[in-house]
Design a protein around this ligand. Sequence first.
Ligand code: FAD
Length: 499
Amino acid sequence: MTKTLLSLSTNEFIAGIESVASKFDSATYPQENLPSDDWALLVGSGVLLPTLPREYGGRDSHVEMCRVVETLSEWHLPLGMFTTIVTGVALRPIALYATEEAKREVLPLFAGSDPMIAGFASTEPGCGSAMSGMTTTWEEVDGGYRIRGRKHWQAFSFSAHWWLVSAKNDDNGREYGYFIVKRSEGFRTAERYEPLGLKVIDYGLNDIDAVVPAYRRIPTGGGRNLRPMVEMLMASRAMMAAMGCGFLRRISREAHSYADGRQIGPAPLSAIRFARYRLAAIDSSYTICEALNHHLRTRLNMKADMLGSFPAVQAIKTVATERMLGAAHHYQQLVGGEGYRCGSPTNISAQAFLDARVFTIFDGTNDLLSQQLAEYCLARLEGRPLSAFLAEWPLTGPGVQAYRPDLRFLDRDLKQEHLVLAGRAIGYLFAMTEVMRWAAETGADPERVRTAIAFLKHDITGVASEFALADTGVVGDDEVASPPANTVISRSIPAGPAM
Ligand SMILES: Cc1cc2nc3c(=O)[nH]c(=O)nc-3n(C[C@H](O)[C@H](O)[C@H](O)COP(=O)(O)OP(=O)(O)OC[C@H]3O[C@@H](n4cnc5c(N)ncnc54)[C@H](O)[C@@H]3O)c2cc1C
């Protein structure tokens, strides 16, 4: 079976995934943890193969990784996330950075049709955003490393066979390490968590006390800071564009169809002008995610170190997930009471909203990532005001020059709340530029482009208003001393010239 899959063209391969994915339509598929037999069906269709190098039985393709997740997300967003975690979060760092011995041991297990699962264990009850607060430790012992600690909220807490675990050692100054751990070596799930959405994935609280052979430590070339972890998370953050694109194509289609079919008095819902405004907001979100997905497919490469794409990936994650959540909210509102009903036969909006909700929270909360994006830019101003930097920076300059948004509100001392807001504005400027590029490179419908740009311009104006709101004193004065304005606070941001 796998041999046949390896010889298919990309389009044939994706058509095979599509036909299996259609069995998982979120309108009818049960809201429960994915049974192993169903994961076997998806693995058998090849969803893991693009991530695996050819020498370990894979198809080794960045574009196919994106297309698999986009296809799955259109049928069932949580399954798109499920596959992204196994592929982009857990297997990718192993394929890219692990020792040859570890690759030989682990990767072939994922190339067959067995329903193998791998997860990434980083977050702890005491820390998620600021991972330098982690308490899980590693120490050298005879024959390898011992890892001890407690992690929580891991996808596949109960079901993963393999884990990538982050830990620290403070014996000679702080050193972080990343280890490939087999569940049976000492990964125990102490408690089950009940998530609001993403029901196909199991979550929980995990205790780790494991000894792993030395070759299962990922060589990261220095563990003094968390940059290797930032790199390991970049593929899943970038894949939000593929998930958003598939998910929003469906939300847009279903919202229109619902609005055309639902009678409100003498006319359909879609005849109400404000309902049409909501539909336009949903459509513009789809357009934006399609453009971001174009960037992911054509300008990023998950098969190599992605740190050089740090600012683009931060922008993609924050903008795509905000769009997914916003569009799901508009769709649910349009549907009315039936949008608050689990398992409604007329729409998927209740579950779509619950599933989309967590995307702005996990994988780095959007507020933190926005702050880091602003800090990345501030560290590269070279004496220019931020607005002038953004007008010249290749990731935002084309959008700024074409649409001339007024960015003067950014040119001031930026306190922490301003950094988060400024990061959002930078994300929107990046999205504007990408919508333009996508349109130029694919010949997209100019009306779709015009609407998406109008919404993004509005979002930037919204950030400017929030600056003004913050100036009214709503945040209050600090009781604890905060860093001086324009200070770079996050230490895991890549240094060097603007990328
Ligand atoms: C469904 C789900 C799946 C997950 N999957 C995994 C997984 O597979 N593996 C794993 O290791 N972890 C996973 N996580 C954990 C997830 O990555 C963390 O929840 C997330 O990083 C936030 O950490 P925290 O929950 O500790 O929130 P905290 O760090 O306590 O942050 C709380 C809030 O503080 C605010 N905040 C933080 N920093 C800033 C800032 N700089 N500026 C402004 N506001 C800020 C934000 O509003 C943030 O949401 C998952 C979580 C969920 C809910």
